[in-house]
Design a protein around this ligand. Structure first.
Ligand code: NAP
Length: 471
């Protein structure tokens, strides 16, 4: 097998995309849309289900955001597209397997683990990573057994990003609001019986530096069961100057938070409090090893040498009572298989989407897109442009005859040997049918009841768990 533009008029160039989240689907759709050279795409995922964070990250009460999967389903109907779920890179199949069979391998595996605060007490019971909590309420099969005790009155969510808002909002939703979502059954049960009265979103910097987006911040002011409150939300001198030059989103965030600060408490059962200029320095435990409070240090805003506004501790400490703490300070990637990894950035080493080794040399045939390429930032649509940039590199390399030279085109035998349990698109559709039927049989309007156990997912897909169909 040869590679490059010479293939334009023969059989398609084979691309494997690893990770069936938004960036994987965008890259697949973009490659399939190219006429010359022509590509076939095999999209792999370690889960038997596609859509990545759209299924297991986007909050269940945001069905409109989830409807982006319709565009991905269109891609799935392309005749040169195949899906192989329940196949894990680094476990069933290796990087070598992929490079032996594909002209292009594109990693779109996301940044799946939480960043840690690195403070004492982080391991206490009642202290969780937001990433785990989010995966749990979204029915991710790796987290179905997570023990989340919501019999707490006071909760602290550390971080001022959209994930912190998702967590706070999910904790504040009324049982009737939860019931019509695809939140995992077990999570609905636990969330509906929680005794939470007080949720503090803790931001180390000020309102101008918060990473919220406007619609998500506005939603917090419309909670059926929650009043909003703001502490230390006045802009410091440096931020007041920076406000003039700030982008629209940040300026609007400041306005929204000012309006929240002026609101009276209306006696709703839950208070959602935005507390600015405070960093957690320790989680304090009770005698049973359960978190009882967060010790915080109040911060001031200072200008760094590069002009950026940063938080600096003032030496004033305080305790916020909390029986439950979520750290929501961003995600990071982890090394997979032996793909070159940039430990400092927590990403696959790459230059504009081309995977590079330590000395910056492009690893021929290997590409990357999405969060594992640029870091966990932006909204779902951001990945469309990101994938297009990577696809443009692939096309440039194809034109220059610089793609990988696979030694075999027998993907079917590779899968039959190493991943005989692979779930095809038909397998996913079987899972989808089970879940949506259960949704219909549940509360009116509930889109699906997710299967949250590996065995149940395998069982539902089993009718088509045969060897992958040949093209
Ligand atoms: P994020 O937007 O990067 O926010 C992380 C927050 O953690 C920032 O406020 C950051 O503060 C803070 N932080 C970092 N290190 C900290 C530390 N050591 N102590 C205290 N605070 C710390 O991350 P995210 O919320 O995980 O969201 C990830 C991406 O997904 C974002 O692009 C987000 O917009 C997107 N998302 C979108 C939606 C939606 O559109 N509905 C929903 C969920 C997520 P500093 O700024 O001071 O570093």
């Amino acid at each position: 097998m040869q590679s490059g533009s010479k293939h334009a008029h023969s059989s398609p160039l084979r691309a494997a995309i690893i990770g069936a989240g938004p960036s994987g689907f965008y890259a697949a759709g973009q490659l399939l849309a190219v006429q010359e050279p022509c590509f076939s795409v095999d999209l792999y995922d370690r889960l038997p289900t596609p859509y990545g964070l759209v299924r297991s990250g986007v909050a269940p009460d945001h069905p409109k955001i989830k409807s982006v999967t319709r565009a991905y389903d269109k891609t799935s109907r392309h005749e040169r597209f195949r899906f192989f779920g329940h196949v894990e890179l680094g476990r069933e199949i290796s990087r070598e397997h992929l490079l032996a069979h594909y002209h292009v391998v594109c990693y779109t595996i996301g940044t799946s683990i939480d960043r840690r605060l690195g403070i004492p007490g982080e391991e206490l019971r009642g202290s969780h990573a937001a990433t785990e909590f989010v995966a749990w309420y979204n029915g991710h099969p790796d987290y179905s057994g997570l023990e989340v005790d919501l019999q707490a009155r006071q909760v602290v969510v550390v971080g001022a990003g959209n994930v912190a808002l998702d967590v706070a909002r999910m904790l504040a939703l009324a049982p009737s609001e939860l019931a019509v979502t695809d939140t995992a059954d077990r999570a609905i049960e636990v969330l509906s019986s929680s005794g939470i009265e007080d949720i503090t979103i803790l931001a180390r910097r000020g309102p101008l530096q918060a990473a919220f987006t406007n619609p998500e911040l506005l939603e917090m002011g419309e909670l059926e069961r929650g009043d909003v409150e703001v502490i230390d939300g006045e802009l410091d001198e440096l931020s007041a100057i920076a406000l003039e030059q700030a982008d629209k989103t940040r300026r609007r965030n400041v306005e929204i938070l000012r309006e929240y600060a002026a609101r009276p408490n209306t006696g709703k059962p839950i208070t959602v409090r935005f507390r600015f200029l405070a960093s957690p320095v320790e989680l304090l435990g009770d005698s049973g090893g359960h978190v009882r409070a967060v010790r915080i240090e109040r911060n001031a805003i200072v200008a760094r040498d590069d002009g950026a506004l940063a938080a600096r501790g003032t030496g004033n400490f305080e305790e916020i009572p909390a029986q439950l703490v979520f750290r929501s300070i961003g995600y990071t990637g982890q090394p997979v298989a032996d793909i070159p990894f940039d430990e400092r950035r927590g990403l696959i080493s790459n230059e504009g989407g081309r995977v590079t080794d330590v000395d910056g040399t492009h690893q021929v045939g290997e590409y990357v897109s999405g969060w594992i390429k640029r870091g966990p930032s932006g909204v779902i649509g951001t990945n469309k442009k990101d994938s297009q940039d990577t696809v443009d590199k692939i096309l440039a390399d194809a034109a220059a005859g610089r793609l990988n030279h696979p030694v075999s085109d027998d993907v079917e035998t590779m899968l039959a040997t190493h991943a005989p349990h692979a779930v095809t698109w038909e397998g996913w559709q079987a899972i989808d049918a089970v879940e949506t039927a259960a949704g219909e049989a549940s509360v009116p309007g509930r889109p699906r009841v997710k299967l949250t156990e590996w065995d149940a997912l395998r069982e539902a897909a089993r009718s088509v768990l045969t060897n992958p169909p040949r093209r």
